[in-house]
Design a protein. Sequence first.
Length: 170
Amino acid sequence: MERKKKVLSEQEAYIRLSALCATAEYCRADMKRKMDNWELPENAEEHVLARLMQEKYIDEARYARAFVRDKFRYNHWGMARIERELRMKGIDSCLIEDAKTEIEDEEYMAALRKIIETKRKTTKGKSEYEIKTKLMRFALSRGFDMGSIMKVIDCDCETADFDSEEEMNT
């Protein structure tokens, strides 16, 4: 059963979308998707988008920065996943690169370390190699890069080895 589209004027569409943009950050792709569910006059979609951008309801750079911060801090995504999601939304590569600077390297590594430490507690394996592999796959699925993952896992294993040596010496 196909859903019937709502018939809206250009002004009604603008009012609805500007109200949405006043409450949260949206990009052009999000707004286009919303308008796809409405039956609008010819060229109205482009006029509404242009007006929203002109009046700064939609700002792709601001959206990209907010997206990076939110997905990193609340969803615990790595930069590769964040970048991929922004590209899928049609955000320009230059804006993505600028937005990635929102996260400091130390903060990025600390978050990755915390995610791996938390996952390590519930990861079971027959050998340390198997556990490391599972942790790597998990971090990769979250969008972290292999270089950072290896640094954290190798550092974590050295610390674990050091702790167990200390326990044996006591």
